[in-house]
Design a protein around this ligand. Structure first.
Ligand SMILES: Nc1ncnc2c1ncn2[C@@H]1O[C@H](COP(=O)(O)OP(=O)(O)OP(=O)(O)O)[C@@H](O)[C@H]1O
Length: 248
């Protein structure tokens, strides 16, 4: 899976400056088919800017970007909707995407919200709305999916379910996902590679490696790395030569 053929987008020392200010600089990362790469970092650390660089939204970037697909789905961080207008889910889906009813149905089925197809957008819960946004983004079966904080307005249980759904989408469509998240706790469960930003790349690697990294601990506090204990396999015993368990 790690061959160059699988690389969907690659940033090489990429950065973006505006009005003589670096929004983010020197970011190198790649997203491959079927893999989830997560950007974490404090507010204003350049996560959305990095996602927009990967999407090719900014011109005149520093460094370079290699994009090997144009089949891209995007859930932006902010979306402006006039909530007073009656707008059904199925109408919303076709507002920006040229898709037919079969594509709408397939996307809504995958995200588990088929039953909301004729519901008014304004009546959805936070979690339901995020699923509709995901449905719209996957309706054309993208190879690359960029999700900027897709668990906004969702409670803790809902967050876990949404991250599980994102993993399911990655597995089902075999698409690469660039995910932005504030949520260190749940993100650890469904990501292959983490890039920790603070205007530049502070550290990157597997979730376990990043959580142990001293720069990560400085940014998020010692407590943040303790969350890993929930996920790490605690080997509290030894095995005898015959494979039997010897308690420590
Ligand atoms: N269009 C813009 N013009 C000028 N500065 C900008 C612009 N967009 C973002 N910035 C600044 O660039 C920096 C990085 O912003 P960015 O939105 O990428 O951070 P972020 O990590 O996604 O933040 P958050 O977690 O708060 O969403 C911030 O200091 C922000 O104020």
């Amino acid at each position: 899976m790690n061959s160059d053929n699988n690389i969907l987008v690659k940033l090489n020392n990429a950065g973006f400056r505006q009005n003589n200010k670096w929004l983010v600089e020197d970011v190198s990362l790649q997203v491959e088919k079927g893999k989830i790469v997560t950007l974490i970092g404090p507010n204003g650390s350049g996560k959305s800017t990095t996602a927009k660089i990967a999407l090719g939204i900014y011109k005149n970037i520093e460094g370079s970007i290699e994009k090997n697909t144009n089949k891209i789905g995007y859930v932006p961080q902010k979306i402006s909707i006039d909530w007073t207008l009656p707008l059904r889910v199925k109408d919303f889906m076709v507002l920006t995407e040229n898709i037919n009813d079969d594509q709408i149905n397939e996307a809504l089925l995958l995200t588990g919200v088929m039953h909301l197809k004729n519901k008014n957008l304004g009546n959805l819960s936070g979690g339901e709305f995020q699923r509709v946004l995901l449905s719209r983004a996957i309706s054309k079966k993208p190879e690359l999916l960029v999700l900027d904080e897709p668990v906004q307005g969702v409670d803790y249980t809902g967050e876990i379910a949404l991250y599980a759904l994102i993993k399911k989408i990655s597995d089902t469509l075999n698409c690469g996902i660039l995910l932005i998240s504030h949520d260190l706790h749940t993100v650890m469960t469904a990501t292959d590679h983490v890039v920790c930003l603070n205007g530049h790349v502070c550290c990157s690697g597997s979730p376990t490696d990043v959580a142990k990294n001293s720069e990560y601990k400085t940014l998020f506090g010692e407590q943040a790395s303790q969350i890993l204990s929930v996920y790490e396999h605690k080997h509290d015993h030894e095995h005898s030569d015959e494979g039997r368990i010897k308690k420590n």
